[in-house]
Ligand binder design. Sequence first.
Ligand code: FMN
Length: 220
Amino acid sequence: MCLSPAESEMLSGSSIQPNSSLQPRPLIIGPSTGPKAPYPLQMEGRVIRGFGRGSSELGIPTANLPVDENLTPWIGDITSGVYFGWASLRLPSSHPNHPTTSSDTTTTTTTTEFSVYPMVMSIGYNKFYNNKDRSAEVHVLHEFGAAFYGIEIRLLITGFIREERDYDEVQELIDDIKLDCVVTRNSLDREAWALRETGKGTLDGSWLVRETAEQNGDVV
Ligand SMILES: Cc1cc2nc3c(=O)[nH]c(=O)nc-3n(C[C@H](O)[C@H](O)[C@H](O)COP(=O)(O)O)c2cc1C
């Protein structure tokens, strides 16, 4: 689980690091004018199962997406590491966080079936676990009442935070991810990085919430 809003607030804009074993690094990424090329990048897919360590070992649940250069042409060339941006989820009406059926007041609802949230993600081999295959793992910055395997997810990746690292202890990995969450919130909490669709910013997030003809039930 990421830092609470209060803890995050304490770190926002400062250079204090929550744990001295962490390498000092910037707590905000990118210029105030918004994402710089090649960002924002788009990625989409259906949520698949990973090894399940995110929830069980780290307490930081992740939604895994297939790493497939046919679907995401840029992914083969991009540096392995941590990225941040926005995620949209198409939750089924049976899901506790579905925008129209839930009492979840913190969800950013839109006029579509998609719900939009800030996200931080890792693309790489998870050096600490020595994975053989490259994975894309998204931590959505929101408390969910249930898992959402198989649902459609879209990502608007707005920037790069750091390269992936190996660690001596699992706690160091957890602390580094918590700091990534703080960096994400700080960075997205600026007008040119917040989505126009949320009413809080100017960044174009229309792709995140666009219904395709197929989703509308139209014959294609
Ligand atoms: C924001 C973020 C940063 C991460 N950074 C690293 C890292 O530096 N090194 C690493 O080995 N794994 C990193 N991971 C990957 C985690 O190890 C991985 O999400 C966890 O093992 C769960 O994987 P699973 O879903 O396949 O079980 C990161 C994950 C996230 C969400």
